[in-house]
Every structure is written in structure tokens, then in C-alpha cells.
Design a protein around this ligand. Structure first.
Ligand SMILES: Cc1cc2nc3c(=O)[nH]c(=O)nc-3n(C[C@H](O)[C@H](O)[C@H](O)COP(=O)(O)O)c2cc1C
Length: 188
């Protein structure tokens, strides 16, 4: 069983990106992937290096533990002004320390995203992939832009089968990366 942590970059209740991850949970149902959504991003305080001491503040410790306990992470991010939302970047900044041993280093990650605009948060996805790569995460070459997001969901339920298939592909790509790494570990 591959354990994947889902992190939505949107905090709002009816978020299309959170709905996208919920659809991914459904897509994982008949596979050997278990996808759990993280619900504590809003509690993470603004990064302040003076507060970056041990033990870490509880919300940050919980976030790091959730990542440590997962084999891989699937992010779904909206686009805010051609980039990723500030609170998501802030959370990644907390995760990024200490640099050499941060919880995302070498962790397989993939990024998908939904926006109400025509490009499906494509810039934000690219931006997040860049930031995650800088942390040393193993960023998969997966892209799933969901444009005009308000037309793809009905009462939070994904109604686009192509996107559902894309989610299943993203999960399988993460699971395959985890399996390959396990094989390398066994051989080594
Ligand atoms: C502050 C802000 C900035 C935004 N900037 C962009 C943008 O640059 N490009 C875009 O396609 N949509 C932009 N949007 C629209 C979002 O794509 C839309 O609100 C989307 O539904 C947010 O994701 P969510 O449904 O998961 O909350 C912006 C929305 C907000 C609130």
C-alpha cells in the first residue's frame, strides 16, 4: 500500500482544488494507493526564523509529521496572481528547514491544480514544481491543469471523466516512483 498525502493550496470550504483531491481519493479507492487529505494548513503561522526553534510550533510539527509518514505527496494548487497562494508558499518555507534534512527532500511529489480561468493554474503548478525542486523533492513530470474549474464540478463532485483519468494517472505515477525506490533500496 502506497500512502500519499494530499495537500490543497486553497483554504476555502468549497475549494475546487480540495474537491479535486477528494476526487483523487475516490480514484484511489480500487488501487493500492491510500490518499489522505491534510486539513491543517490554515493553522500554520507566518514563517519567522526567530520562531523556527525546537520543538516546533504544534501546527508545523504536525505538518512535518504528516509528510514524514507519507510515501509521496500530491499537491493541488490554485493560481493566485500568476503564482501559488501565499499560505502555501509559507507552509513550504516552514517545511524547507533544516535544508539538508527537510521532510520533502527526496520525497516523490506531484502537482495538479484547478482555476476558474482558461489555463488551469498552469503557471502556479510550474511555480510550485520549481519551489519543490529547490527543496530537493523528487518532482514528477506530471501536469494536470483544470481550467474553468467551476464547470467541472457539481456540488463538489467532479463531473469530468478525462480529469478523473488524469488524477488516476498522477496517483499511479507517484505509486510507481515509490515502488521503484523500494526496489532500489532492496537491491542496495
Ligand atoms: C487572490 C486571487 C488571485 C487569483 N489569481 C488568479 C490567477 O492569476 N489566475 C487564475 O487563473 N485564476 C486566479 N484566481 C481565480 C482562482 O483560480 C479561483 O478563485 C479558484 O477557484 C481558486 O481555487 P479554489 O477553488 O481551490 O479556491 C485568483 C483568485 C484569487 C482569490
Amino acid at each position: 500500500m502506497t500512502r500519499i498525502l494530499g495537500i490543497s493550496g486553497s483554504l476555502r470550504r468549497d475549494s475546487h482544488n480540495t474537491s479535486l483531491l477528494r476526487a483523487a481519493v475516490e480514484a484511489a479507492a480500487d488501487s493500492d494507493v491510500e490518499l489522505e487529505l491534510y486539513d491543517g494548513l490554515k493553522e500554520v503561522p507566518p514563517y519567522d526564523e526567530d520562531d523556527d526553534v525546537h520543538p516546533r510550533v504544534a501546527s508545523v510539527a504536525r505538518l512535518n509529521a504528516a509528510i514524514a509518514n507519507a510515501d509521496a505527496v500530491l499537491f493541488a494548487t490554485p493560481e493566485y496572481n500568476a503564482s501559488i497562494p501565499g499560505h502555501l508558499k509559507n507552509a513550504v518555507d516552514w517545511i524547507s528547514r533544516p535544508v539538508a534534512t527537510n521532510m520533502l527532500r527526496n520525497k516523490p511529489v506531484a502537482v495538479v491544480g484547478a482555476s476558474t480561468g482558461a489555463f488551469g493554474a498552469a503557471w502556479a503548478q510550474a511555480e510550485l514544481r520549481k519551489v519543490l525542486a529547490a527543496l530537493g523533492a523528487r518532482v514528477l513530470d506530471v501536469e494536470l491543469p483544470v481550467p474553468h474549474a467551476h464547470t467541472r464540478f457539481e456540488e463538489g463532485e467532479l463531473i469530468d471523466e478525462e480529469i478523473r483519468a488524469g488524477l488516476a494517472d498522477a496517483l499511479e505515477a507517484l505509486a510507481e516512483e515509490v515502488r521503484q525506490r523500494e526496489r532500489v533500496k532492496v537491491v542496495a
